[in-house]
Ligand binder design. Structure first.
Ligand code: MF3
Ligand code: CO
Length: 267
């Protein structure tokens, strides 16, 4: 069942999404080689709790942490751990919060120091594909229009692998609501978009093949070929002429640019 939000509810969801963006901005300030993803998990948890919000992921179907930290060949749902991050790593930080009963859930991929042009391009194109999908999140379009736009820009244009097993989703009082938002599909297919449907759109794009597997921990999703994968996620509200993006990358990007340990040369 699809839940459409009222204007008041969209305003509350904006606050939840922005709390995630602010928290990821704090991450962008402190990220550097040597830091561990468990430290990032602790920072995020403290920041969110200080704002009187709850953590969406913690205990969600038994998920044991506050964030997902997915490094290099980890696609999504990576457990934070004690391994220090190092120069050349790409790390997606995915965070969900509940503020006044409404979920915010979004993610950003950071690059630590020097990486190959191949990886820079993968990060750039995955972020671009998210915005190409968002452009289609308008009234009377269909879910498949979003999916198609993402797949065209990544798989068709660059030959990247679009992960099939995991998809974006509706967002609201629950973390995962209908409809699903695949990153692949046919134009004009799927549910019709109506005003104030809130979606978490989240391309998961592999440098190599699309195939993934889940580790024995039951969560960590990795590429089969061991090549890197990139994940970006925004919370988006369907509107008539132009989708309203509830989360905000501009504050994350400003912090990223100000942090000399992070690579923003693809901008
Ligand atoms: N952004 C991811 C998603 O929407 C994160 C979920 S992690 C989980 O599926 F632990 F909450 F499942
Ligand atoms: Co999500």
């Amino acid at each position: 069942m699809i839940f459409y939000k009222t204007e008041e509810e969209v305003a509350l969801m904006k606050q939840a999404a922005m709390l995630v963006s602010e928290t990821l901005t704090e991450v962008a300030k402190i990220l550097k080689p040597g830091i561990t993803t468990l430290q990032i998990d602790a920072l995020c948890e403290t920041y969110v709790k200080d704002k009187k919000a709850l953590l969406s992921f913690k205990n969600y179907h038994g998920y044991p942490y506050s964030i997902c930290a997915s490094v290099n060949d980890v696609v999504v749902h990576g457990f934070p751990n004690n391994t220090p991050l190092k120069e050349g790593d790409i790390v997606s930080i995915d965070l969900g919060v509940i503020l006044n009963g409404w979920h915010g859930d979004h993610a950003y991929t950071f690059i630590l120091g020097d990486v190959t042009n191949e990886i820079l391009q993968l990060v750039k194109v995955t972020k671009e594909s998210l915005y190409k999908g968002i452009e289609k999140a308008i009234v009377n379009n269909r879910i498949g229009d979003i999916s198609f736009a993402i797949q065209e820009h990544t798989e068709k244009k660059y030959g990247y692998g679009v992960v099939r097993e995991l998809v974006g989703h509706g967002l609201g009082k629950s973390l995962h609501e209908d409809p699903q938002v695949p990153n692949y599909g046919k134009r004009g297919s799927g549910a019709k978009l109506r005003e104030n449907l809130v979606l978490a759109i989240e391309p998961m794009i592999n440098l190599g093949a699309k195939d993934v597997f889940t580790e024995k921990d039951g969560w960590t999703v990795k590429t089969r070929d061991g090549k890197p994968s990139v994940h970006f996620e925004h919370d988006v509200c369907v509107k008539k002429d132009k989708a309203l993006i509830l989360s905000d990358y501009s504050i994350i990007e400003a912090a990223e640019k100000a942090n000399s340990n992070l690579n923003t040369s693809y901008y």
